[in-house]
Design a protein around this ligand. Structure first.
Ligand code: NDP
Length: 453
């Protein structure tokens, strides 16, 4: 068969849609990657012959299970748990666990698929996976969270392990949940191993892991700006979300001399024209992470700020934007508003926060635009370093880890630029294309080495 005999992108996507009915997020993620990979492999027979993309877009394994737990009123509650192990060609499956009422198989398949490319880009030996549950942690007591986490791990422990699959946190899963799950894993297996990352520092966690995703997304932004002889200093920033990624992105923007105008949550956004300094960011971290109260209360604490119920922050004029909340939080209209208001660069802290039409707007405008699989890879990169420290039974210093994070983000930036330079209509760097192709090549070449398995 010659290359010209192979299916084209649209035929390929018809097959993906047929095999994954109704899984819109997964289909969206596969299309976004496939557009670039098809172009790259057009004249590369080996990838066609071995059906590499078709195989990466079919998870190695999906485990789905019942999670029963008892609430504080004695009611028996039933949730669904999942682990999607997408691809382990270059290392053990690795990727977060998400606890959110929206979780379903499509969302976890999209995240596990994206994770495969992201982990490849870090240069570390990690395959791609993702998991979670439709459990909603909001409003639950600590004891309810603990009972849920223990029940979840009572099934998950069979499928994970330090050399098999190493989950971490994601939306709704932070230090508290990781602690409960690690405790249950250790209790069931009687083994103290690096089976999870994002652990507490007292029991095998790594310094800088908590900050790594948000900080990394800002380092990526800085790297993009530097290609234009520019920097974050003096820039106004619009950031969405107010969780782990968003608050640490805000912190790093402030440290580098930028001004953070907004943060948000699922209820609306905060606008603070004076800028959010470290004290204000600490207030938000406490309000969302400890008090678990309303973000809108910020306006009572800090004069001059305003709360915009039910709205997204994309209409606020800014120089740079970092979407750090969730998938598809920005559509075409949001992207158009940013560009029209003079935004020159976007770095994604969240996974797939900009939908396909929004991405087209950024590409057509020729602004600097980094896809999450490259720009938010700092978190999983430091998770990879946590795995290394656990294997060697050592702990590295804060300074060492900060240096590692900065240099890994620079390497990811440069790798994307290798494949994406000059590929935008205006001659700029297409970081999406660069990330998709670079992420694909390493995984694909490993798969070729294994033959048909
Ligand atoms: P958190 O749970 O700490 O925070 C999530 C934030 O997003 C909250 O502010 C939440 O608001 C908001 N949010 C959730 N759903 C929606 C929605 N439908 N519309 C608007 N806002 C919403 O999660 P993280 O900060 O860890 O994760 C954020 C994103 O970053 C996710 O896409 C995740 O996959 C990605 N990511 C995270 C990594 C990590 O290391 N944690 C690593 C790489 C990527 P509310 O409080 O109201 O629910």
């Amino acid at each position: 068969m010659s290359v010209s005999d192979h299916v084209d992108l649209e035929q390929f996507m018809v097959g993906v849609e047929k095999r994954n009915p109704g899984e819109t997020e997964f289909i969206q993620a596969v299309r976004e990657v496939s557009e670039d990979v098809f172009e790259y492999i057009a004249d590369k027979e080996k990838y066609h012959q071995h059906q590499i993309l078709r195989r990466i877009a079919e998870p190695d394994r999906i485990v789905s299970f019942r999670v029963c737990w008892e609430d504080d009123n004695g009611n028996i509650r039933v949730q669904r748990g999942y682990r999607v192990q997408n691809n382990n060609a270059i290392g053990p499956y690795k990727g977060g666990l998400r606890f959110h009422q929206s979780v379903n198989q499509s969302i976890l398949k999209f995240l596990a698929f994206e994770q495969t490319f992201k982990n490849s880009l870090t240069g570390l030996p990690m395959g791609g996976g993702k998991g979670g549950s439709n459990f909603n942690p909001k409003g639950k007591s600590d004891n309810e969270i603990m009972r849920f986490c223990q029940s979840f791990m009572t099934e998950l422990y069979r499928h994970v392990g330090e050399d098999t699959d190493v989950p971490a946190g994601d939306i709704g899963v932070g230090a508290r949940e990781i602690g409960y799950m690690f405790g249950q894993y250790k209790r069931i297996t009687n083994r103290f191993t690096g089976v999870l990352t994002g652990k507490g520092l007292e029991y095998g966690g790594s310094l800088v892991r908590t900050e790594a995703t948000g900080y990394g997304a800002v380092y990526f932004m800085q790297n993009m700006l530097e290609t234009q002889g520019d920097s974050i200093e003096g820039k106004t920033a619009v950031i969405s979300g107010s969780g782990n990624v968003a608050t640490h992105a805000a912190e790093k923007v402030v440290q580098l001399g930028g001004k953070v105008l907004t943060l948000s949550d699922s209820k609306g956004y905060l606008h603070d024209p004076a800028g959010m300094d470290q004290d204000k960011i600490d207030w938000i971290k406490n309000q969302k992470g400890v008090v678990r109260g309303s973000l809108a209360d910020y306006t009572a604490a800090f004069a001059g700020s305003s709360w915009h119920e039910g709205e997204t922050p994309w209409g606020v004029a800014c120089d740079i934007a970092l979407p750090c909340a969730t998938q598809n939080e920005m559509d075409q209209a949001g992207a158009e508003l940013l560009v029209a208001n003079g935004c020159i660069a976007v770095s994604e802290g969240a996974n797939m926060p900009v939908n396909l039409d929004g991405v087209k707007v950024f590409k057509a405008a020729g602004i600097l635009y980094a896809p999450g699989k490259a720009s938010n890879a700092g978190g999983v990169a430091v998770s990879g370093l946590e795995m290394s420290q656990n294997s060697g039974r050592v702990s590295w210093s804060e300074e060492q880890l900060q240096d590692h994070l900065r240099s890994i983000m620079k390497e990811i930036h440069d790798t994307c630029a290798t494949y994406g330079a000059g590929r935008l209509p205006n001659g700029g760097c297409d970081y999406v294309k660069g990330a998709n192709i670079a992420g694909f090549v390493k995984v694909a070449d490993a798969m070729l080495a294994f033959g048909v398995v």
